[in-house]
Design a protein around this ligand. Structure first.
Ligand code: ZN
Length: 464
């Protein structure tokens, strides 16, 4: 049996309190990597001990096996538990007997038809729905399926007490977000991602890894299979053992690669959307993001993948695609609600906590009055000629002073990515804007509330 951490006990107690208050459908928020399944297993253990039955729904096959192991470990009476993939269960809903409790993992998907069909079939069952991100890309709320929300522990506390590793976050300027286009479902269009990325991104990824995470085991999230393969090749070419895994990788081969990764024989696994929810990979210390996303759920799953704690560990997150500007740092405190139209897990009108990106090493942090970069120690003034020669790129070391300074100015212009976008936006009118990102920049430039971009985006069909 797992020894429950005190914050897990707090959450379990809160669930019982809500049940006592008469709530029947409870949404529970728990940050990624903080043992959501253990919480559900403990509730299932207590429920089955009293003879109650549990229907447990997940939405990926791998997660079924993982959850079953956790439940067994916790001492749940498995004869009273039905566990399976929602896609399968929904087709056989007529054959299921009525459960006392329906538990739903990754419950931000719960509004999908497949879940609704099951929920609607058993209106008397108590529902416990757990997710790291009670948030939908389309802005929909969960008031229709949940009658209360239990927020998890603050990120600051979880880190302070060693339940999550502290992070170093780097944001190299490898994408021109102005070029990103959004698809009907709100996510970025793959072709536009390919076009927005700087051609040097693969070699930059290797450089950034070597500069800030050398030797650490990493997972890289690429925007498609081809880019995942290319990235693995660049790492291998640089002498860092890497392997690519995707949906077409035969299961045996995938399992073999994952095992080699667990054994520390592969340093970097690259993938396109495979290692998102669930799948336990405890030894990830670094995450490399090459996949821009509009989904807060994905962003937190990607970035927090590296935050499994270990004594003395600091996780490294390298964000080549500026996901930060849409969601803030993963360690940001968010105020979750069941209501719709939250922006990056914030209530309407709340903004993302501002961060500073060091123009030299690209470390991104809360400035809090700092005068120097906490990672490289350089002075954080607006870079100018007085700041002396700066080695932004190892390639520059041999270049003459004048050239170096010229190159530096160009680099800095790129780094201050926001200002480029602002310049482009400056002479536009809202009807000339083509996607959510542009609307968000426009709102910032004109000092509008963040909600403005959403409202206009919705009207224009950028958000659905
Ligand atoms: Zn720095």
């Amino acid at each position: 049996m797992y020894k429950l951490r005190n914050y897990q006990e707090v959450t379990i107690n809160r669930i019982y309190e809500q049940l006592k208050l008469g709530h029947r459908s409870i949404m529970v928020q728990q940050p990624p990597r903080t043992g959501k399944t253990v919480i559900m297993a403990e509730i299932a253990r207590r429920a089955t001990r009293k003879g109650n039955s549990v229907l447990f729904l997940v939405h990926r096959k791998e997660l079924v096996d993982q959850a079953r192991r956790t439940f067994e470990e916790q001492g749940v009476d498995m004869s009273l538990v039905t566990m399976g993939m929602v896609q399968t269960m929904t087709r056989h809903v007529g054959e299921l007997s009525e459960p006392t409790i329906i538990m739903i993992d990754e419950a931000h998907h719960v509004l999908a038809k497949s879940y609704r069909r099951i929920i609607d079939a058993f209106p008397r069952a108590v529902r416990i729905m757990v997710t790291a991100t009670p948030w939908r890309m389309n802005g929909a709320g969960f008031e229709g399926v949940a009658d209360c929300l239990i927020p998890g522990q603050s990120m600051g506390n979880l880190i302070k007490h060693g339940f999550l590793a502290p992070i170093r976050y780097f944001r190299p300027p490898d994408i021109n977000t102005a070029e990103l286009k959004t698809k009907a479902n709100g996510e970025f269009d793959e072709q536009s991602v390919a076009e927005a990325l700087k051609p040097k991104i693969y070699s930059n990824a290797v450089k950034m890894y070597l500069a800030h995470a050398r030797g650490m085991q990493a997972i890289a999230y690429a925007y498609n299979v081809q880019s995942a393969k290319q990235l693995a090749k660049n790492f291998n070419d640089a002498g860092i053992s890497a392997a690519e895994v995707d949906g077409a990788t035969p299961k045996e081969e995938r399992d073999r690669l994952i095992q080699r990764y667990r054994d520390g024989k592969i340093t970097i696994l690259t993938n396109a959307e495979l290692f998102t929810e669930g799948l336990d990979l405890p030894n990830v210390d670094c995450v490399i993001m090459m996949r821009p996303t509009q989904s807060l759920s994905l962003y937190l799953q990607f970035s927090m993948r590296a935050m499994n704690p270990r004594a003395g560990k600091t996780a490294v997150i390298i964000d080549h695609v500026d996901n930060l500007s849409r969601f803030g740092l993963p360690i940001d405190e968010r105020s979750w609600t069941l209501k719709g139209t939250q922006t990056a897990g914030r209530k309407h009108g709340e903004t993302i906590t501002p961060t500073t990106t060091c123009p030299y090493c690209f470390a991104t942090f809360y400035r809090k009055g700092r005068k120097t970069c906490p990672i490289c120690g350089r002075k954080l003034t607006v870079p100018d000629e007085e700041s002396g020669p700066v080695h932004i790129d190892a390639d520059l070391v041999e270049v003459s002073q004048a050239k170096q300074q010229a190159k530096r100015r160009v680099e800095i212009a790129h780094m201050i990515r926001d200002s480029e976008m602002m310049k482009w936006i400056a002479d536009k009118t809202p009807d000339q804007l083509e996607n959510m990102i542009q609307l968000q920049y426009y709102a910032r430039l004109h000092g509008y509330k963040p909600g403005w971009a959403y409202v206009v985006g919705k009207k224009r069909g950028f958000v659905r």
